[in-house]
Design a protein around this ligand. Structure first.
Ligand code: AKB
Length: 312
């Protein structure tokens, strides 16, 4: 049976990943850690600042972890507002986590992002292996992180694995400080107010994915046969690519009176403009069978149903 330790367990991905892994592998086999306590705890939890390398090692040792999933990071818009802190936290935290994985011989997962690409990358059907010259601090961190994970595998044999996530949409824990967050906010506002003002301009395409597909992808990649992995880290994955008026149209199928207008935020728009429109995820499909289940309308239906129950 697996023994998995997770950093950033109260974040957008972490909070749902912990529950998913507890269902798959047993409540007591998943140790959640974060700098703050979760609102409701469903199993083992410890306070951990990922900058505290000693405590991270101690917790993983005491828990007898065989897997470390490092999810703690600052997202793109927040990182752009505080680049030095972002470098220290995103790179320092990752380095500490990789060192724990090396010392204890743990299987390792950390996410990269569509943010690892920049304005000179091919925008449509962005290849798995291509030019990566991001223009944001978050992107610089993600590229460095992808390389660091490859390095820990080739140099030390650590079983590092990872994906490049698109914008993730969920109805459990809201994201904080990302560029793609509009695609989550819009559903909350559709349910509570019937209208939304988008900070991303009409016509701006970005890759997106519903959280259940993202969680399935993590589990599937971690369980994949290592011999079949040509790439190990930073697999392109996506479920859909849309721009704001397409998500508006999808919501209108279920809430016909829903209204949307625009008040573009230049900072987040500049980040979105530097990212791909749509990723090619054929390497993930070929090497470990990645397949998303939710398209835009199916996701919209599920989001609106769940949020209506939760918020009304
Ligand atoms: C962000 O917008 O910063 C994240 C991401 C795409 O990595 N959601």
């Amino acid at each position: 049976m697996k023994k998995i330790m997770i950093t950033g367990a109260c974040g957008q991905i972490g909070s749902e990943l912990v529950e998913k892994l507890r269902k798959e592998y047993g409540r007591d086999n998943v140790l959640a850690t974060d700098i703050r306590k979760p609102a409701h705890s469903t199993g083992p939890f410890e306070i951990l600042d990922v900058m505290d390398a000693e405590k991270m090692l101690q917790l993983a040792t005491d828990f007898q972890a065989d897997t470390l999933m490092h999810m703690a990071a600052l997202l793109s818009a927040t990182a752009e507002n505080n680049p030095v802190f972002a470098w220290n936290l995103n790179m320092g935290g990752l380095m500490n986590a990789l060192e724990v994985a090396r010392k204890l011989d743990l299987q390792f997962f950390t996410p990269s992002s569509i943010g690892a690409f920049g304005p000179t990358t091919q925008k449509e059907n962005t290849p798995q292996d291509t030019l990566q010259r991001p223009t944001t601090m978050y992107g610089v961190n993600k590229v460095a992180g992808e390389l660091l994970c490859d390095y820990y595998y080739t140099k030390f044999g650590v079983d590092t694995r990872g994906v490049r996530f698109p914008g993730l949409i969920s109805n459990v824990t809201p994201p904080g400080g990302g560029t793609t967050d509009y695609a989550v906010d819009i559903y909350y506002k559709a349910v509570t107010e019937g209208k939304y003002t988008s900070y991303i301009a009409e016509g701006t395409y970005m890759d997106m994915m519903y959280m259940p597909d993202a969680l399935d992808a993590i589990v599937q990649l971690m369980e994949a046969d290592a011999d079949k992995l040509v790439h190990r880290n930073a697999f392109n994955i996506t479920a859909m690519s849309f721009e704001p008026s397409e998500i508006e149209a999808s919501i209108k199928k279920y809430i016909p009176l829903f209204e949307m207008d625009y008040d573009v935020d230049p900072a987040r728009q500049a980040i979105a403009d530097s990212w791909p429109d749509s990723l090619d995820c054929s390497a993930a499909k070929e090497e470990w069978g990645f397949q998303a289940k939710y398209d835009l309308d199916r996701m919209t239906q599920d989001m609106l149903e769940k949020l209506t129950k939760k918020l009304k």
